[in-house]
Design a protein around this ligand. Structure first.
Ligand code: AMP
Length: 417
C-alpha cells in the first residue's frame, strides 16, 4: 500500500468544512482591509529564497525541497510566500502603479522540518504583504489585523499578540556583537546548530528550542536595550497606535523571528495549546528586502498565519457538522424516470445538493441508500403517485411522510433553509 510522504497529509471529510470556513472568514476580513489576492507559483528558482530569506536561516540551510530540473536550474518548492511575492511584485512591474500595495496569498508551503504536533512538511499559510509604506501606523494596523483574524475565526481565547523591535541595519550589528560576546562565554553548552549560528546569525540562538540553549538564552542581552533612537521612536509609535486602535499586546523582548530580512517591528500570534508549535502566525517589517531582491528601495511589512494550526484550534472550540445532502430522489424505470431526472436537475439549479441511485434498484434498496446518504429528505416517485401527478416527500430525520403535487416540489425545497 502506498503512503503519503513523511510530513505530508491528506485533508478530507469533516476537516474540509473547517478549512472552507477558515478560508471564507479570512477572505472576508482581508477584504475589509483592502487586500487583493495574489496567486503565486509553488516552484521558484532556489535563488529567490536564498536571497529573499537569507543564506543563514534554517529554512535555506536545511529545510528546502530543492532539486535540479532538466534545464539544469536549481528550483525549490516554496517554503514561504514573502520572497515569491516580492519576486512577483518586481517582475510584474507593480512598483510603478499608484497607491499602497496590499496583497494576500493562500497556499501550500514546504519545509523539511522534523514533523510533530502542528508541524508538517507541507502546510498552508495565508500571508499578507504591504509595500511602499513605512508609517508605524501601518505596523499597528497589520498587527491589529492579525489580532482581528484571531477574533474573526474565533480562536482568540487561545491566543495573544506579542511584539518586539529587533532594530535596523545600524543598531543590530552592535547588538549582535554583544550576543556573540555573551554566547562565546557559554559556547560549550550550546547545541551544534547554535555553535554554527554563533558567528553567522547569533540572534537565531535565542530562538533555539533545545533546553540547554534555552537556559543560556535566558540571561542573554536583550535587543531592546540596544536599538537606536529611530527604532525606539518607531517602536513607541507602534505601541501607541496599537493602544489607540484597541489591540492588546505584550512586549516580548526575546522574540527575534527566524528570518533574516526583518527590521524593527516583529510580532507573533502565540498560543499555548499546540505544544512546541507555539506560533499561530508571525511577521515583521522588512524595509530593504525589495531592494535586496533587485527592485526599488521601498519598504514592506507582512505576516503569515499557519492555517493548519488555526484549524487545530478551531476544532478545540467548535464542532462543525459535515455537510449533508439535501435531497435523495427515488425513482424507477417508466414514467417516474423522467420526473426523477427533471427534479434532480431543477433542484441542482436552485443550489440543492441532490443524490440518487444510479442503478435504479428496488424501492427497498433505494430507501436504504437514501437513509445511508445522510440526506435530510427523500422524494419518492412511485408509479401510482406519478399517475396522479403526485410524489411523496419523506423527512428522513423524523420519518414523517406526506404527498405533494409534482409541480410544487421545487417550491417546497426552495423554501427550506
Ligand atoms: P513563518 O513563515 O516561519 O513565520 O511561519 C508563519 C506561520 O506558519 C507560523 O506561525 C506557523 O503557524 C506556520 N508554520 C510554519 N512552519 C510550519 C510547519 N512546518 N507546519 C505547520 N505550520 C507551520
Amino acid at each position: 500500500m502506498f503512503k503519503t510522504v513523511k510530513g505530508f497529509h491528506d485533508i478530507f471529510g469533516k476537516d474540509i468544512e473547517y478549512w472552507e470556513k477558515l478560508e471564507r472568514n479570512l477572505k472576508n476580513i482581508l477584504n475589509t482591509y483592502g487586500f487583493r489576492e495574489f496567486r503565486l507559483p509553488i516552484l521558484e528558482k532556489t535563488a529567490v529564497f536564498n536571497r529573499g530569506i537569507g543564506d543563514t536561516t534554517d529554512i535555506v540551510e536545511k529545510e528546502m525541497f530543492s532539486f535540479i530540473d532538466n534545464d539544469g536550474d536549481s528550483v525549490s518548492l516554496r517554503p514561504e510566500g514573502t520572497a515569491s511575492l516580492i519576486r512577483a511584485y518586481i517582475e510584474n512591474g507593480l512598483t510603478n502603479q499608484v497607491g499602497v500595495k496590499k496583497f494576500f496569498y493562500i497556499g501550500n508551503m514546504f519545509r523539511r522540518e522534523r514533523p510533530q504536533k502542528g508541524r508538517f512538511r507541507q502546510f498552508t499559510q495565508m500571508g499578507v504583504e504591504v509595500l511602499e509604506c513605512d508609517s508605524p501606523l501601518l505596523d499597528a494596523e497589520i498587527i491589529s489585523l492579525l489580532d482581528n483574524i484571531s477574533k474573526g475565526v474565533g480562536i482568540d481565547e487561545f491566543t495573544s499578540i506579542e511584539i518586539n523591535s529587533i532594530g535596523c541595519k545600524d543598531c543590530r550589528p552592535i547588538y549582535k556583537e554583544k550576543l556573540i560576546e555573551y554566547f562565546q562565554a557559554h559556547i560549550d553548552s550550546l547545541c551544534d546548530d547554535c555553535k554554527r549560528r554563533l558567528s553567522k546569525n547569533p540572534m537565531r540562538i535565542i530562538d533555539c528550542k533545545k533546553d540547554s540553549c534555552k537556559v543560556i538564552s535566558k540571561d542573554a542581552p536583550i535587543v531592546l536595550d540596544y536599538i537606536c533612537s529611530e527604532c525606539n521612536n518607531h517602536f513607541n509609535k507602534v505601541k501607541k497606535y496599537l493602544d489607540d486602535i484597541g489591540t492588546k499586546y505584550t512586549v516580548n523582548s526575546r522574540m527575534v523571528r527566524g528570518l533574516d530580512y526583518y527590521i524593527r517591528t516583529a510580532f507573533e500570534l502565540v498560543t499555548d495549546k499546540l505544544g512546541a508549535a507555539s506560533a499561530v502566525g508571525g511577521g515583521g517589517r522588512y524595509d530593504g528586502l525589495v531592494k535586496l531582491m533587485g527592485g526599488k528601495d521601498v519598504s514592506g511589512i507582512g505576516f503569515a498565519v499557519g492555517m493548519d494550526r488555526i484549524v487545530a484550534l478551531m476544532k478545540e472550540i467548535e464542532e462543525i457538522q459535515e455537510r449533508k445532502t439535501d435531497v435523495f430522489v427515488i425513482f424507477f424505470e417508466g414514467k417516474s424516470f423522467e420526473y426523477g431526472l427533471k427534479l434532480i436537475n431543477d433542484l441542482r439549479k436552485i443550489n440543492k445538493s441532490v443524490e440518487y441511485d444510479y442503478s435504479i434498484s428496488s424501492m427497498k434498496s433505494q430507501m436504504k441508500k437514501a437513509n445511508r446518504s445522510g440526506a435530510k429528505y427523500a422524494v419518492i416517485f412511485g408509479e401510482n403517485e406519478v399517475d396522479a401527478g403526485m410524489a411523496s416527500i419523506k423527512d428522513l430525520e423524523t420519518g414523517n411522510q406526506f404527498e405533494k403535487n409534482i409541480n410544487e416540489l421545487v417550491d417546497f425545497f426552495n423554501n427550506i433553509n
